[in-house]
Design a protein around this ligand. Structure first.
Ligand code: COA
Length: 187
């Protein structure tokens, strides 16, 4: 229905339940690329599971509590971004991302999340956007740094994935720190 151009051939679009088959095939294809850090890589194992996952996001979006978007490159779903949580009352949300290995290195998620943060601060009046990552995930931390976020510290063993208790590095940017960059002009 609508799309935001991120780079030549790359678009950000809402990722909705009717795309369950496409999302299931995508997760199957990129599972090995993202499974170390993305919990849904272990749970979205077929089309019904993909539909449940996307429907849960659609339900949360209806409550203004989360959102999910896909990134298509030359018409192929190659990754996405999300507001894993979105709390307008408290003025706080958390952004997250994933990409197929072949779509990395072009700045696609940085561009996408920049638009999302513009919207969260500029249109929704939020106060703080968070980014949580495993401290071993240097590619993810680099995105947070590229977005101008500050590393605020570490929650020790605060997250469990594949039976392993992991540390969580906390990054965030505040509305007062957010520059009116080029993405602001056309969002
Ligand atoms: C995290 C992840 C999405 C980062 O992907 P990415 O492509 O490196 O991120 P960006 O879109 O910000 O692109 C940055 C890269 O593009 C390059 N780039 C090219 N043009 C660019 C532009 N216009 N703007 C910004 N970066 C650009 C940067 O130099 C950088 O490359 P480098 O790492 O070789 O220096 C990816 O590593 C991933 O999917 N990992 C597995 C899932 C995951 O860990 N998700 C996060 C959980 S917290």
């Amino acid at each position: 229905m609508f799309a935001l151009t991120l780079a030549e051939g790359a678009e950000l679009r809402p990722l909705e339940p009717w795309r369950a088959a496409e999302f299931a095939a995508h997760v199957d294809r990129v599972r090995a690329d993202i499974r170390d850090y993305i919990p849904f890589a272990g749970t979205v194992v077929d089309e019904p599971a993909a539909r449940r996952f996307l429907q849960a996001y659609a339900d949360k979006q209806a409550r203004d509590a989360a959102r999910i978007y896909g990134i298509w490159v030359d018409g192929v779903l190659q990754g996405g971004t999300l507001f894993r949580t979105f709390d307008a009352g408290r003025g706080i949300c958390e952004a997250g991302v994933w990409l197929a290995a072949e779509a990395r290195g072009r700045g696609l998620v940085t561009a996408a999340v920049r638009h999302m943060i513009d919207w969260a601060f500029g249109e929704r009046g939020l106060h703080r956007v968070e980014w949580l990552c495993d401290p071993r995930n240097t590619a993810s931390a680099a995105v947070a740094r590229r977005l101008g976020m500050t590393c605020e510290g570490l929650h020790r063993q605060a997250f469990t994935l594949d039976g392993e208790r992991r540390d969580v590095q906390v990054w965030a940017v505040l509305a007062a720190e957010w520059p009116a960059g080029p993405a602001s002009a056309d969002s």
